[in-house]
Design a protein around this ligand. Structure first.
Ligand code: FAD
Ligand code: NAG
Ligand code: NAG
Ligand code: NAG
Ligand code: NAG
Ligand code: NAG
Ligand code: NAG
Length: 494
C-alpha cells in the first residue's frame, strides 16, 4: 500500500510538473485591438480542436495601456449619439469579422443611405470637378431615375476605365480569399513576404497604386479624381500608396459595406471575454526582456510578468518599448489622420454654392495644396443641422473650421496614428522578431491596414505559435533553421 502510495505521489508530482501552469506556457499579448483579441481567440479555438487533452497554451494576459479595449476601433459621442471614430466599415467578404459577429451575437448594421442615394462631389479647392445628382425624394421611381442618371454621368466622365478598375479590385479580393482556406491547403507563414507571395499579392506591394492602375489601362482622369478621392478617404494618402493598400482601399468603397451596431470595438471586447483572458487595462508595457527561457514584461504599474510567449499586437513605430536584447524592424512612418466631428452646418458659400442642400453628402477631394481637408461627410441629418465627419492630414484649427462652417454647436477632434504611410516597394518587419517566441502581428500592416487584415495576420500568428510550440522550438533551443527551411513539414500538424 505504502509503495503504491509513493508511486501515486510520484506520478502526481510528475503530472504537476508537467501540467501545472508555468510561465513557459503563459502567453502575453501587448494590445487589445482586433489583432490582439484575435490572437487570443484563435489560440484558444485551435488548442481546443487540435490539443483537446492538453493545451500547449496556459494563461493568456492581454495588456492595454488605455482604459478600454478595441484600439483603433472606438466610438465618439457627439451630442449624445455615438459614431465610429476610427475603423468604421467592413467589406462583405471580411469573413473573420463576419464570423466574430455571429459567434458573439452582435448586430450587423448596414448604412441607411444606400450608395445610390448618397451624393458625391469631388472638390479641387476651387470648384466641384464632378458632382452627382442629389435625390432626397422618397419615391422609388425618382430614386431609380436619379441613380440611372448618375450611372450615365459617371460613365461619360470615366468610361470603360471604371470596369478595369473594378476588375483590378475583384482579382485582388479573390486572391485575398485564399487566407480563408483550410489547413490542408494553407501553410503557416513565417514571414509577411511568404504570406503575400502565396496568395499572389506580393507584387502589388512593389509598385504604387498609380503605376498598377496605369498598367491596368485606367485613364489618368479616373486615377486623379475618383481613385484619389478614395485613397484620401481610406488612407489619408495619395495614389502613391502601394498597389495592394490601394486595392484594399478601393474594395472599401464598393457596395454591401457594414459595421457593428453599437460599435466595432465590441468584436475585440467579445473575443477577449470568451477566450479565458486575464485583461490588464490601464497597463502599458515599457520593457520586454528575454532572459534565456522567459520573457519578462515590465509595466508602468511597476509590475513584472513572466511569459513564455510574447505577442506584439500594436504598431511599434511610435512606441518606445525597451526590448532587451534589441530588435530591429525596418523604419516605418505612420500616417496621422485627424478625425474631426462637428455638429453644425457647412457654409454653401465656401463651396461657391447658394443652398446648403447643394453640398454633396460626401465631399471628396483631389490632391492639391489648396485643399485643407481630405473629406467631409454627413453622419446624420438632424431637424435643423447635421453631424459631420471631417478627415484631414493636418489638425483642423477652429479658424479653419470657421471658414467652411456657418455654425458649430459641438466639435470633437481626434488625432489618430492611423495606419502606415505606404510606399512602394514596401519593406516588411518579421513576424518573429527575435527568432524565439516574440511575435509581431502588425508586421502585416505594411500590406494593408484594416480590421480584417489584422484578424487574418493574427490567425496566422496563432497557428505559428502553436506549431512552433508543438514542434519543439522551445525557449532553450535557440536554433530555428529547421523550422524556417521546411515550414510545410513541421507545420503540418496545424
Ligand atoms: C480614422 C481611421 C479609420 C479607419 N477606417 C477603417 C475602416 O473603415 N475599416 C477598416 O477595416 N479599418 C479601418 N481603419 C484601420 C483599422 O482601425 C486598423 O487596421 C485596425 O483596427 C488595427 O487593429 P490592431 O489590433 O492591429 O491595432 P490597434 O487597434 O491599434 O490596437 C493596438 C492596441 O495596443 C495598445 N497599446 C499600444 N502600446 C501599448 C503598450 N506598450 N502597452 C499596452 N498596450 C499598448 C493601444 O492602446 C491599442 O489599443 C481605420 C483606422 C483609422 C485610424
Ligand atoms: C466561419 O465559421 C464557420 C462555421 O463555424 C467555419 O466553417 C468557417 O471556416 C469560418 N470562417 C473563417 C474565415 O474562419
Ligand atoms: C511577380 O513578379 C515577378 C518578378 O517580376 C514575376 O516573376 C512573377 O511571376 C510575378 N508574380 C505574379 C503572381 O504576378
Ligand atoms: C507621388 O510620387 C511622385 C514620384 O515620387 C512625386 O513626384 C509626386 O509628387 C507624388 N505625389 C503625391 C501626391 O505625393
Ligand atoms: C461574456 O461572455 C458571456 C458568455 O460567455 C456573456 O454571458 C457575458 O455577457 C459576456 N460579458 C460581456 C461583458 O460581454
Ligand atoms: C523589470 O522589473 C524587474 C523587477 O522590478 C527589474 O529587476 C528589472 O530590472 C526590470 N527590467 C527592466 C528592463 O527595466
Ligand atoms: C544551428 O544553426 C546553425 C546554422 O545557422 C547550424 O550550423 C547549427 O548546426 C545549428 N545547431 C543546432 C543545434 O541545430
Amino acid at each position: 500500500m505504502i509503495k503504491h502510495g509513493r508511486i501515486t505521489a510520484l506520478v502526481f508530482c510528475f503530472l504537476l510538473l508537467h501540467f501545472s501552469p508555468t510561465h513557459s506556457n503563459t502567453v502575453c499579448i501587448i494590445g487589445s485591438g482586433i489583432g490582439g483579441a484575435s490572437v487570443a481567440h484563435f489560440l484558444r479555438h485551435y488548442s481546443a480542436i487540435y490539443h483537446p487533452s492538453q493545451s500547449p497554451i496556459g494563461q493568456i494576459n492581454i495588456f492595454e495601456r488605455n482604459g478600454v479595449v478595441g484600439g483603433r476601433m472606438a466610438t465618439v459621442t457627439v451630442s449624445g449619439e455615438t459614431f465610429e471614430a476610427g475603423a468604421s466599415i467592413l467589406h462583405p467578404k471580411n469573413y473573420h469579422a463576419l464570423n466574430y459577429t455571429k459567434y458573439l451575437n452582435l448586430q450587423l448594421k448596414t448604412p441607411k443611405l444606400t450608395d445610390d442615394s448618397l451624393s458625391l462631389g469631388i472638390w479641387d479647392g476651387h470648384k466641384f470637378v464632378y458632382k452627382t445628382f442629389n435625390s432626397k425624394s422618397k419615391l422609388p421611381i425618382v430614386q431609380r431615375l436619379v441613380s440611372l442618371a448618375n450611372s450615365i454621368m459617371i460613365f461619360f466622365r470615366y468610361g470603360f476605365s471604371l470596369f478595369r478598375m473594378s476588375s483590378f479590385v475583384e482579382v485582388t479580393v479573390n486572391n485575398f480569399l485564399r487566407y480563408y482556406e483550410g489547413f490542408n491547403s494553407r501553410p503557416v507563414f513565417d514571414s509577411v513576404e511568404e504570406m503575400l507571395k502565396w496568395a499572389g499579392l506580393y507584387n502589388l506591394t512593389t509598385q504604387t497604386l498609380g503605376e498598377e492602375l496605369v498598367e491596368a489601362g485606367l485613364s489618368p482622369l479616373l486615377i486623379q479624381e475618383l481613385v484619389t478621392v478614395i485613397t484620401r478617404i481610406n488612407y489619408g494618402q495619395s495614389v502613391n500608396i502601394s498597389g495592394l493598400a490601394g486595392a484594399v482601399s478601393l474594395a472599401g468603397s464598393g457596395g454591401g459595406l457594414w459595421s457593428i451596431e453599437g460599435g466595432n470595438w465590441q468584436m475585440a471586447a467579445g473575443l477577449i471575454n470568451r477566450s479565458d483572458v486575464v485583461l490588464h487595462l490601464h497597463e502599458e508595457i515599457e520593457s520586454v526582456s528575454y532572459l534565456g527561457d522567459v520573457y519578462v514584461l515590465n509595466s508602468t504599474k511597476g509590475k513584472s510578468y513572466n511569459c513564455g510567449v510574447t505577442v506584439v499586437a500594436t504598431p511599434l513605430d511610435e512606441l518606445n518599448i525597451d526590448f532587451n536584447p534589441r530588435i530591429s524592424v525596418p523604419p516605418r512612418k505612420l500616417q496621422h489622420t485627424h478625425a474631426t466631428f462637428v455638429r453644425g452646418l457647412l457654409s454653401p458659400a465656401y463651396f461657391g454654392l447658394n443652398l446648403l442642400s447643394d453640398i454633396p453628402d460626401l465631399v471628396g477631394t483631389k490632391e492639391s495644396p489648396d485643399v485643407p481637408f481630405s473629406s467631409i461627410s454627413i453622419l446624420k441629418q438632424h431637424e435643423n443641422d447635421m453631424t459631420y465627419k471631417i478627415f484631414s492630414r493636418e489638425p483642423m484649427t477652429d479658424a479653419l473650421l470657421d471658414k467652411f462652417f456657418s455654425s458649430r454647436k459641438e466639435t470633437i477632434k481626434i488625432n489618430w496614428a492611423a495606419y502606415p504611410h505606404y510606399h512602394a516597394p514596401e519593406k516588411f518587419a518579421p513576424f518573429i522578431l527575435d527568432g524565439q517566441h516574440l511575435y509581431y502581428v502588425n508586421a502585416f500592416e505594411n500590406a494593408a491596414s484594416t480590421m480584417e487584415t489584422s484578424a487574418v495576420a493574427a490567425e496566422n500568428i496563432a497557428r505559428l505559435i502553436l506549431s512552433r510550440l508543438s514542434s519543439g522550438v522551445d525557449l532553450s533551443s535557440s536554433n530555428l533553421t529547421s523550422v524556417d527551411s521546411n515550414p510545410s513539414e513541421l507545420h503540418s500538424e496545424l
